[in-house]
Design a protein around this ligand. Structure first.
Ligand SMILES: NC(=O)c1ccc[n+]([C@@H]2O[C@H](COP(=O)([O-])OP(=O)(O)OC[C@H]3O[C@@H](n4cnc5c(N)ncnc54)[C@H](O)[C@@H]3O)[C@@H](O)[C@H]2O)c1
Length: 336
């Protein structure tokens, strides 16, 4: 199959491309605009090994119809997996415009071009953030109400509704994945896990929003990639699948665990003013994905954190490259 992966130079897209080329013999075309979060260096070894054979890179914007149309024709694309998005909720609060463009208009453009080209499968990568916030009880199920609280979450929920409408109105075979917080190699250091690691590595203070009691479910990125692949293989058109890691932790406990793995003092933790509209708790019921796709998270949280930290430690060149991109503002307080 010829698969168009959008946003393949970002964190999850990169991991997905490695996963697909390692485990399967598909042709992957990566369309990425290369925003601050897109790093072509992530895929240097893919370029070396598969470039011009099973792997092709195209720089471009998913909002641009002509670009998308040309790629669908040029590579005779069968399947689209849409990772491309502005992904950082904090940024969406200070500057929502780009989130509306890429996440809503971009998804719409891909859907429209997919419909016209007769695509066999479209997988939309969404987020558990579309459901809003939980109290101390309960879990998100696929039929839970959409109640997004940040412009980021609202843009992802809007894209999900467009996907639904293209399935209902045009029978476009769209399946949607709503995954929880991913962590693992290649994550841009505005997000909690790499931010904590990079700052602690230099014995700088590690920021924690509010009192750190916000709870997230954490999924190791390779488990998410496997779930997405299972969705390509077995996902029902029109279906939404939650993917989670069975690992609910308070942000403060995540930070402490990272410091423990690194052998660093908890004294590095610095509590900072909470962000507006910070959702209290996310929790995922992924039993539908277990039943219909055979999905099961395989990496336990502590093991995944160790894998992640070891990866960052072994890939100093990548870390230094990313650090040169970072602004001091980024490293101060932005993480999801
Ligand atoms: N990271 C998580 O924990 C998480 C959790 C749930 C859902 N998601 C979703 O998964 C997807 C991937 O997330 P990520 O963490 O890898 O994001 P990321 O920010 O690391 O990467 C996004 C990629 O998309 C590209 N991109 C952005 N706008 C584009 C456009 N208009 N055209 C083409 N390319 C564009 C960027 O250059 C970048 O390479 C996103 O849709 C995000 O909403 C992420």
């Amino acid at each position: 199959m010829n698969i168009l992966v959008t946003g393949g130079c970002g964190f999850i897209g990169t991991n997905f491309i490695y996963f697909m080329l390692h485990e399967n013999s598909h042709v992957i075309v990566n369309l990425d605009k290369l925003t601050y979060a897109g790093n072509p260096e992530n895929l240097i070894s893919v370029e070396e090994r598969y470039g011009g054979k099973n792997y092709f890179f195209e720089k471009g914007d998913i909002c641009d119809r002509e670009t998308v149309q040309n790629i669908l024709n040029k590579y005779d694309i069968d399947i689209i997996v849409n990772f491309a998005a502005e992904s950082h909720a904090d940024r969406s609060i200070s500057a929502p415009d780009q989130f509306i463009d890429s996440n809503i208009h971009g998804t719409y453009t891909l859907l429209e071009m997919a419909r016209k080209s007769g695509i066999k499968k479209f997988v939309q990568i969404s987020s558990d953030e579309v459901y809003g916030s939980l109290g101390s009880e309960g879990v998100f199920q696929e039929n839970s109400a959409l109640a997004p609280n940040s412009p980021y979450a609202a843009s992802k929920a809007s894209a999900d509704l467009l996907c639904r409408s293209f399935y209902k109105s045009y029978n476009l075979p769209v399946s949607t994945i709503r995954c929880s917080n991913n962590y693992g190699p290649f994550q841009f250091p505005e997000k909690l896990v790499p931010l904590t690691f990079l700052r602690a590595r230099e014995d700088r203070s590690v920021p924690v929003y509010g009192d750190g009691s916000n709870i997230r479910d954490w999924i190791y990125v390779s488990d998410n990639c496997r779930g997405i692949y299972l969705c390509i293989e077995k996902g029902r058109p029109g279906a939404v699948y939650n993917l989670g890691g069975d690992a609910e932790y308070k942000n403060l406990d995540v930070v402490k665990k990272i410091l423990d793995v690194m052998g660093k003092s908890h004294k590095l933790i610095k509590f900072i003013q909470d962000r507006p509209g910070h959702d209290h708790r996310y929790a995922i019921d992924h039993s539908l994905a277990a039943k219909e796709l055979g999905f099961k998270p395989g990496v336990r949280f502590t093991e995944g954190l160790e894998l992640t930290i070891n990866w960052y430690l072994k890939n100093e060149e990548w870390v230094d490259g990313i650090k040169s991109k970072e602004s001091s503002e980024l490293m101060q307080s932005w993480y999801r």
